[in-house]
Structure formats: C-alpha cells, structure tokens
Unconditional design. Structure first.
Lengths: 303, 279
C-alpha cells in the first residue's frame, strides 16, 4: 500500500452527495451525543473522573460483548455493564485515590471478560471490532430512538441537578453544610455518567470514549473559566468532532473513530496553545499584585 | 471597607435576647474516648466565641455538631431556639482553606453566587438582582478587583475572602468558622478576621471560631471554649488563658505569657500542638 492508496482510503469524496442521506441517522445520533458528551464532560473534569470514564467504558464493553454473544440488544448490554460499573464506583470510592485503585483493579477484569465473550462469539468479525472502535455508520431507526431517548433523559436530569452538582463538585464540604445532598448527587451523577459512556461507545467505541467525554471539556477549560462559556465550548467542540468525523469518514474506507479522535485532539492542541498565553498573562498579574500587597504590608508594619 | 449591600440591620440580640446557640448536657465521644461531656453553653447573637484546644480535642467535631453533620451522644443542641437541622439557611460556614484545582470552571463571582443559591435545583437564569447581590458581597470582602478571575488561579488568601463572601451571602444568624486563617499570610489573616468580626459585631451574628491560634483574633474574642483531654473551660480570654487554668486542663505545668497584647503559651505537653506561638 503506497501513500496514494492510504490517502484514498482516508479521504475520498466521490459520490459524496449520494452517500450523505445514508448517514442521516448517524449524524443526528452524533450531534446529540456531542451535546451530551460536552455537558457531562465539564463535570467529569471538575470531579476528576477521567480515569473512571475509562474504567466504566471497559465494563460497558464487557456488557456489550456479552449481549452480542447471547444475541441480545448490544446497546442494552452496554448500558447494563456501564451503569453497574458506575454504581460500584459511586458507592465504593469516595476519595479519588481509593477510586483510582478500584478502577485499576476492575478495568482489566472487564476488558478480559469482554475479550472472552468476543472469542466465544462466532458472528461477523466487524461487530467485534466495532465495540472497541466504534460502529455508528449503520444506525437504524430503532437504535437511533433508543440512543436519543437515553440521551435526552440524561441531559434533562443533568440540567435539573446542575447548580447543586456544581456546588458539590467545587466544594463538597460547604455544599453539604448548606444542605446539598452531596452523596446522593454523586451516586446519581455516576449513573448518568454510566449511561453517557454506554451511549458514546456506540459512536467511538470503548477504547476511544475519552475523546468524546474528556477531550472537549478539557479543551474548553484551557481557554476559559466562565462556567457558561466552558459548557458552550465543550458542547461545540464535541459536536464538531463527532459530526465532522462522520462526514469525513463517509469519503474513506476506515471507521469513523480516527477522524473523531483526530479532530478532537486538534481542537485540544489549539486550545492549549491559546490557554498557555492566558495563564501566563494571569500569573504575571498575580506576581505584580502580590508584590503590591507585600509593599503595603511592609508599610503598615513600619508605621 | 464598609458594608455596601443594602441589607436591613437586625436589631441587636434578635428575638428578646434568645441565645443563638444553646447546648445542654451535650456530650460527644469517639469509641471509648470522651471528647467532651456535660457541656452547657449559650452563645448570644453578636458574640464572638472562639473554640481552642490541641489537635484531636474535638474542636472540629464541635463544629460538625452545630452543622448537623454529627449527632450528639447525649444532651441537646439548638440553634435559634430550634433543634439543629442540616443545611439550615440561618447558618453560614467558612471551612478550612483548601485550594481549588487550577482548572476549576468557576470565576470568583460564580463561587460567591453558589453561596447564595447553590443548593437550589436547576440552572440559574440570568438575573439582575443576583448579579447585584454578588457584586455587593465581592465589594464587602474587598474582592472586586478579581471578580472575574478564575478561582483556581487565585492565592489562598484571595480564595478565603471569597469563602467569607459565600458564608455572608445569606446574612446568617450563626457563622461557623473552621480554622479559616490557616495557611494565610498576615495581611489576609487580618483582612478575613476583621470581616468576620464585622459580621459579628455590626450585624449581630453569633460567631463560633475554631482555631489553634488565638492571637490573630485576640482583639475580637468575647469568650473562649478551651477543650483539652476530655475536659473544657469556658470564659473570657482573660479568665481562661491563664497559667493556672491551662495547667489544670492539661494536668501539667503550662505557662501563659502576655507580650504586647499577644498570648504565648509555653510548655504544652504535646509537642505536635504548637499553638499560640505567633505567626
């Protein structure tokens, strides 16, 4: 395979207009999952749950593989796996350290189980690969409705708990003193996260789910701290990655996930570059003002 | 710094001199170790009440009882005449200084805003009155200059001023402070403690101030609860912070020295509790 072949595999736009209607469902699903990923990603970053997302994804993969093996609905299997994993993490790991070690223990086990189920499965090999690297290209109406239904429920629930969840994520002690049900919210959030992971796996696969749930929010946090803008940017970045990925993948012969992850990564790089200037400016200002405070303090002591 | 928010001043001593905090026969223990027992205490509105003692003497647990996060083993506790309920709106709370991660998606004003309505469900709609309230609080604590700065990039002292603003947002009847000056430099210690003092003596909130270091607040304190080894003593600083009382509490010779309006305690039995040693 020479460079020309590779390029043709990655970017071919022959018959693009005819192909586009075929991916209508995928585009809708991708856009909605982009919104979901962007919204929940901000809380994942705030609550330091990036590793948990990865762990949940592997267990979700095991659930989906089991569903594939026994001929059940793959999305449902994926949902069961990730919600169970999320609940276990929500109930057991309060501190980030404990949580990370639990994830480190459970994740390879989930991945191993998934590989076992796939090894036993005798159907199409593309289905197997799809679980790990994404399979949205062929979303039928039934799947689309299930995806959309779940995504809307999660988005509505997130908006309903938005403020107290922000409070609890920023300062759990203070929120608890103010009567915010910190523990209940944390468990509910893990369930919502579990569902989001299971849905995202349908687009980008278990291995690449971080590109949808972490990278857009992480990129947004590099350029701003205004909460509304963080959420807006994060959603825009996630949607751009997914929808853009699907549109680009349409031309080539490879799965969509490399496109999604590459766009998402490129956005992150740009944001990081922009952000490094911003923090440099801010810390220069901080140095200046602390110098002022010190000077004022010296004056007071001398008086 | 004068209060600029237009909040109606409360009449001193609230409803007919009723205590803001009242404990009767209160006791708390961890396993077989008694932190304190037979504690009878009334803290009045407008009183600055300091809780002192070595590590592990039950200072923070005392605060947790008042916050409703820790039930008493026996006795009763009321705030504003009512049994303690978790998340009461009559309470303000300033926790220990703990830094926010650099990429927290909140600006200073957002953090203060959470103190006003962070417990409510849903999303806050854009509101003029909310914005004005936040601006007023930021002005009160002298944080206007960094109102739009990311909280994660602020210094510990700046963050602690915001926590004070959060706690004062509801003009609480009772203000609970858990070592709020810890790890702050001298300037910020003075700034934060004078803010708390203003809420206490001008707006007549009862302040419970847990600390291992009385000197930064020595000018404000009305009474002291000193906890040590399962026993306690309540009284004015002049009554409690003496060689006799502390030697008796610790059951070993302790010397209290006064120097330039500051208190230095020498010879504490537990070397890990270097309190009252100046900053």
């Amino acid at each position: 395979m020479d460079v020309q072949d590779i390029l043709e595999a990655v970017f071919t736009f022959d018959n693009y207009a005819q192909l586009l209607p075929l991916v209508r469902n995928s585009l809708i699903a991708g856009a909605v999952l982009g919104v979901l990923g962007g919204l929940i990603g901000t809380f994942v970053m705030m609550r330091d749950l990036a590793f948990a997302v990865h762990g949940i994804a592997e267990l979700s993969f095991a659930g989906a593989a089991f569903a594939l093996l026994v001929g059940a609905n793959v999305v449902a299997g994926s949902l069961v796996g990730s919600v169970l994993a999320a609940l276990v993490l929500g109930l057991m790991g309060i501190r980030a350290r404990d949580r990370n070690s639990i994830i480190g223990v459970v994740m390879p086990f989930g991945l191993g189980l998934g590989i076992l189920f796939l090894a036993l499965y005798e159907g199409r090999a593309a289905n197997k690969f799809g679980l790990l690297t994404g399979q949205i290209v062929s979303v039928d109406d039934v799947q689309l409705n299930l995806l959309l239904g779940c995504a809307v429920v999660v988005i509505v629930a997130l908006i309903a708990i938005w403020r107290p969840l922000t409070f609890a994520s920023a300062d759990a002690d203070l929120a608890e003193a103010r009567g915010v049900p910190v523990r209940g919210l944390s468990i509910l959030f893990m369930v919502l996260l579990g569902v989001s992971v299971a849905l995202s796996i349908q687009v980008v696969g278990a291995l690449l789910v971080l590109a949808l749930l972490i990278t857009p929010a992480a990129a947004a946090l590099k350029v701003t701290s205004a909460p509304g803008l963080v959420v807006l940017l994060s959603v825009v970045f996630a949607c751009t990655s997914v929808v853009g990925g699907i549109l680009l993948a349409l031309g080539g012969r490879i799965p969509i996930s490399p496109y999604v992850t590459t766009i998402s990564f490129a956005i992150y790089l740009v944001c990081r570059l922009v952000g490094s200037r911003r923090t440099a400016r801010r810390s220069r200002r901080a140095v200046l003002s602390s110098g002022r405070v010190r000077a004022a303090g010296d004056g007071r002591q001398g008086a | 710094m004068t209060p600029t928010t237009s909040r109606p001043a409360r009449s001193p001593h609230g409803a007919a001199g009723r205590p803001a905090i009242s404990l009767r026969g209160a006791a708390l223990s961890f396993g077989s170790r008694t932190l304190w027992e037979d504690l009878d205490l009334d803290v009045m509105p407008g009183e600055f009440f300091a809780v002192l003692g070595p590590n592990g003497s039950g200072k923070t647990s005392f605060l947790k009882v008042l916050l409703g996060l820790q039930p008493l083993d026996s006795g009763t506790a009321t705030i504003d005449g009512r049994p303690i309920a978790r998340g009461s709106r009559t309470l303000g709370y300033i926790p220990q200084q703990k830094s926010f991660p650099p990429e927290t998606p909140l600006r200073a004003r957002d953090l203060v805003g959470l103190g006003i309505d962070g417990h409510r469900w849903g999303v806050r709609m854009r509101s003029r009155s909310h914005r004005d309230l936040v601006d007023g609080l930021l002005r009160d604590v002298g944080a206007s200059s960094y109102a739009d700065a990311p909280v994660g990039l602020l210094s510990g002292g700046e963050q602690q001023r915001l926590r004070a603003a959060q706690a004062l947002a509801t003009d609480p009847r009772v203000l609970l402070c858990d070592e709020p000056l810890l790890s702050l430099d001298l300037n910020h210690q003075q700034a934060v403690s004078s803010l708390i003092n203003r809420q206490c003596h001008e707006r007549h909130s009862a302040v419970v101030f847990v600390t291992h270091e009385i000197n930064p607040i020595i000018d404000y304190v009305d009474r002291v609860l000193y906890l040590a080894d399962g026993r306690f003593r309540v009284g004015s600083p002049a009554e409690v912070m003496t060689s006799e009382v502390l030697s008796d509490l610790y059951d070993s010779p302790v010397e209290v020295l006064h120097s330039n309006g500051r208190i230095v305690v020498v010879g504490l039995p537990d070397a890990t509790t270097h309190h009252h040693e100046g900053v």
